[in-house]
Design a protein around this ligand. Structure first.
Ligand code: ATP
Ligand code: MG
Length: 213
C-alpha cells in the first residue's frame, strides 16, 4: 500500500526535509526545480504530492493524501473536519497579528466602539478574535498583499502572519496585537491511520523523535 504525503513548496517543504529523513524518506526531486506535482522518494511505498499550503487539509480530509503538513493558520481556517492532528512539528513558526498603519490610533478606535474594517486572508481567525474582544468588524477577504489594504483605505487594520516584521516596516505598518502563535502540524486521515497503521505509525514515531523543541 502506497503512503501519500501532502506538502506545500517553500518553507514547509524545506523544514520538513529533516523530519522525512528521520523517517528514512528522501524525495527524488526538489519541487522548486521540478514541475512535477507527484514526487517519488527513495522508498517505493512513499510518494509526495505538492499542493497549495491552504489545500493540504482538503487532500488529507478526503483521503487523497494519508498525511500532510499544514500551518495552524490553515488548519483553523479549514476547520479540521476528518483530520487527526497528533503532532506539532514546531516548524514554519510565526505569529498571527493585527497590524495598522503608523499613526492610526488602534486603541482609541477599539475603545470608542467604532466599527473596524479588517482585511485578511484569515476570516475565521479574525472573526473569532474580534468577537472575543466584543469589537464589531467588517471582514474583507483578500488572497495576498494584505499590507496594502490600510495604505489605500480599503481597511483600518489587517490580520496577517508576521515573522520578522520587516514587511510591515517596509510598508509603514506596525503590529498592535498578537492573536496566536503559529507553527505547522502533522495531519493524518483518520481512516488511513487504521488501514495503513503499520506504515503510518513508524513515520509518526520518527517525526515525533525528530521534532526540535
Ligand atoms: P501562497 O504563498 O502560495 O499564497 P501561502 O502564503 O499560504 O501560499 P506560504 O507563504 O508558503 O504559503 O506559507 C505556508 C505556511 O507557512 C503558512 O500557512 C504559515 O503557517 C507559514 N508561514 C507563512 N508565512 C510565514 C513566515 N513569514 N514565517 C514563518 N512561517 C510562515
Ligand atoms: Mg505566502
Amino acid at each position: 500500500m502506497t503512503l501519500t504525503i501532502a506538502l506545500s513548496k517553500g518553507r514547509i517543504f524545506e523544514e520538513t526535509l529533516p523530519l522525512l529523513a528521520a523517517a528514512g524518506i528522501e524525495p527524488a526531486e526538489a519541487p522548486e526545480s521540478s514541475r512535477k506535482l507527484i514526487i517519488g522518494t527513495n522508498r517505493p511505498d512513499v510518494q509526495l504530492v505538492i499542493v497549495r499550503a491552504s489545500d493540504v487539509p482538503t487532500y488529507v480530509q478526503y483521503g487523497a493524501a494519508d498525511l500532510g503538513i499544514a500551518g495552524r493558520d490553515v488548519l483553523i481556517e479549514h476547520g479540521g473536519a476528518g483530520l487527526y492532528q497528533p503532532l506539532d512539528l514546531n516548524i514554519a513558526k510565526c505569529k498571527m497579528m493585527v497590524a495598522v498603519e503608523n499613526g492610526f490610533d488602534y486603541d482609541a478606535a477599539v475603545k470608542h466602539g467604532a466599527r473596524l474594517k479588517i482585511a485578511t486572508k484569515y476570516p475565521q481567525i479574525a472573526r473569532e478574535h474580534f468577537a472575543a474582544k466584543g469589537v464589531h468588524v467588517d471582514i474583507i477577504k483578500l488572497y495576498g498583499s494584505m499590507e496594502l489594504a490600510p495604505l489605500v483605505g480599503l481597511a483600518d487594520a489587517i490580520v496577517d502572519l508576521v515573522s520578522t516584521g520587516s514587511t510591515l516596516k517596509a510598508n509603514n505598518l506596525q503590529a498592535v496585537e498578537h492573536i496566536i502563535d503559529i507553527s505547522s502540524r502533522l495531519v493524518v486521515n483518520q481512516a488511513a491511520l487504521k488501514l495503513k497503521y503499520d506504515t503510518i505509525q513508524p513515520v509518526l514515531d520518527a517525526f515525533a523523535g525528530a521534532v526540535s523543541q
